[in-house]
Design a protein around this ligand. Sequence first.
Ligand SMILES: NC(=O)c1ccc[n+]([C@@H]2O[C@H](COP(=O)([O-])OP(=O)(O)OC[C@H]3O[C@@H](n4cnc5c(N)ncnc54)[C@H](OP(=O)(O)O)[C@@H]3O)[C@@H](O)[C@H]2O)c1
Length: 491
Amino acid sequence: MKQESCTIVIFGATGNLSRSKLIPALFHLEAAGRLAPGLRIVGTGRRDWDDARYREQALASIRDDRRASDEASLHERFLARLSYVRVDLNRKQDFTALADYLERNRLLAGGIVFYLAISPSFYAGAARNLARNGLSREDSGGWRRLVVEKPFGRDLESARELDRSLHEDFREKQIFRIDHYLGKETVQNIFVFRFANIMLEPLWNRNYIDHVQITHSERQGIGSRGGYFDRVGALRDMVQSHLLQVLTMVAMESPPDLGAESIRDEKVKVLKSVRPLTEDAVDDMTFRAQYAAGESDGQRLPAYIEEPEVPADSNTETFAALRLYIDNWRWQGVPFYLRTGKRLAENSSLVSIAFKKPPAQLFKQTGIDINRPNSLILSIQPLECIRLELQVRENGLEMKARSTHLDASSCALSASGIDAYDSLLLDVMEGDRSLFLRSDEVEQAWKIVDPILQAWAADSDEIPLYRAASWGPKEADRLFHRRGIRWRNTL
Ligand SMILES: NC(=O)c1ccc[n+]([C@@H]2O[C@H](COP(=O)([O-])OP(=O)(O)OC[C@H]3O[C@@H](n4cnc5c(N)ncnc54)[C@H](OP(=O)(O)O)[C@@H]3O)[C@@H](O)[C@H]2O)c1
């Protein structure tokens, strides 16, 4: 496909996100022939770098990326697109210098992506200073798009405030709120799997589904991110954004078409239908905990409060679990369990859809266990997989069954080698907003999470602990709506 040429201006070009994700993704698009010949990448940062220094850093990022081609001519072609302009976000005159640079290089006539890979505290100021220098206006012919990274606020009020500021200078259609989870192939596959197949539709509701679990677990502890994470916690960091997004993909109705607004309308409807948690319900329907020290491969793993920059009396949760209900016709009464944690036993992101048991105990006198109802597993990482688990008869004289599964994909590590940022950056350039969050979507997600944040903040009890490298606290089981349910941890 022929790509339209444009310019990508990265704020925070010297930072971690830019080095570990954006440059590798752009290089991957270069290798795939998806960057137009005239496309330019302008890195900006506070450091006093020049083009050569910026290109050196970019080359190092490419070399660190296991997916990247080592073809020298490709490196050369990509690096030639890069330049560096020093912009201190606190200095208005630096934005004027940036606008001059874009004009001098005749880049204003085309489209420009402004990618804010910077601390959220700078978002509103950066948008304002871009606008002051005419860089939000689209009347010169080229489009202007602003990409913001999560977190979008730290609660409902601050998210609204951030939106108000951004909307003073940019229209909603110019703002691309990125949630990289939505760029993951399996997450997109949920959509195709549900709406390109009629087979599941009659089963996809309260009549056949017992409950849904959405899990994101990480083996790693907080490491060097303690300073940031301690102010945020697992609920804001993962649940408000990624896990609620996955929930919308599982629960949404079919949109009338594939237009961004149609898809986002349906996702917002799901979030609006999530039953609000009252103060009393928070205790019953949520659980939080923090990792204590543990051991893995004979090595001691530190407790959360021993991590750098974490206060010794921190009450911040590194584990959060919720039971939610979606009050609409399709999902009435079906519990959705959301769970995330750091320093758990394995890295795993998956959705487990547990179907109900067969209505009659036909196999009571046999070795067939009807307590193993069908499950559909949508595994997002590390393996990408859609798996249907079934019971079949075991060959032999006895009436016995065994579990087997049908895999609807290769169940391998990301088979395509495509990272979420590859496809999301391409979408920004092409103006496709369907995988980006609309402002009302972000607001609805905060409405769900806000009462929990408030209740947890008011709770002065000591936070429960779980052993590092375990599957989390046993007490989280109390969220289940009945006995006999277990957390589904891995594929
Ligand atoms: N890292 C990730 O994987 C990741 C994932 C999801 C979301 N995010 C979000 O992405 C954003 C950036 O994260 P990050 O991890 O890349 O942070 P980072 O490594 O701390 O980088 C911050 C960047 O901001 C620049 N900066 C700081 N103060 C500045 C100023 N006054 N003027 C100009 N530039 C300034 C830094 O430039 P200097 O180095 O020159 O000071 C640096 O390039 C954050 O909003 C974060 O929440 C990151």
